[in-house]
Ligand binder design. Sequence first.
Ligand code: SF4
Ligand code: SF4
Length: 257
Amino acid sequence: QERHIKLGPLDFPADGIALCGCAKNPKIYKESCEEGIGAAMRVSIPMKNEHIEAEGIVADIDLTNCNACGLCSKRCPYGAILVNEEKLPTVVKALCKGCGLCAADCPKECITIVHYSDEQLMAQVDAALEEEPGKKILGFVCHWCALGGVDMAGVSRLQYPTNARLIRVMCSARVPIKLIERAFEKGAAGVLVAGCEFPTCHYITGNYACETRIKRAKKIIGKKGYDPEKLWNVWCSAADGPKFANTMRDMVKDLKL
Ligand code: SF4
Ligand code: SF4
């Protein structure tokens, strides 16, 4: 699969590898040749530079509590987590894109995302809900698409209720269930997790992972006595300001705020 259907149609998810022609899907000769030229240009960039630039936001694993379940390695969309013979994981920092999926799914909470740790996100949740939490909707919005939608709603001067308190995450898959639980424990009226539209997640499959986790989260918060219907999930492109504004209006109406 290409890195991004629109933003990186010739790039493979790992830097320095390009895809073109029938390696992607059946194509006519002319189109394959054009893509081949494009792919050659793309791979020539790291070849000329003789290095690739890694992300500053990367995963870091503390093996102290690791149970060698291998989940992080299986889930990483970039194959950036390798396991050794004892099934213990290591992050290949040059491949890690910092989506945070592994950290949110690790059952032993061994994984920290540098610059986006659970503690930092938890502190943001607490701060956002410090005053009048019962009137607030806590939103986790992905950096690449949903946050663009929020900005678009702003620059388009769309009117929507002011109940939302938004926390930026790199990917909707970065949001662990414990953050959602914390928001409800603090008394949030509702929680929204917003990510990229399918199938254009910036991190390939982050939105699919998020969707599955939200279904699980609804069951978990339901068992803890919170209303699962107060947990919303929306997919919003960076150009879709109206969708974000409408979601806010719908949530406020539904939650009777
Ligand atoms: S998901 Fe967590 S516990 Fe499982 S192997 Fe990875 S780091 Fe260890
Ligand atoms: S943060 Fe994302 S890219 Fe990096 S190791 Fe974890 S799942 Fe893979």
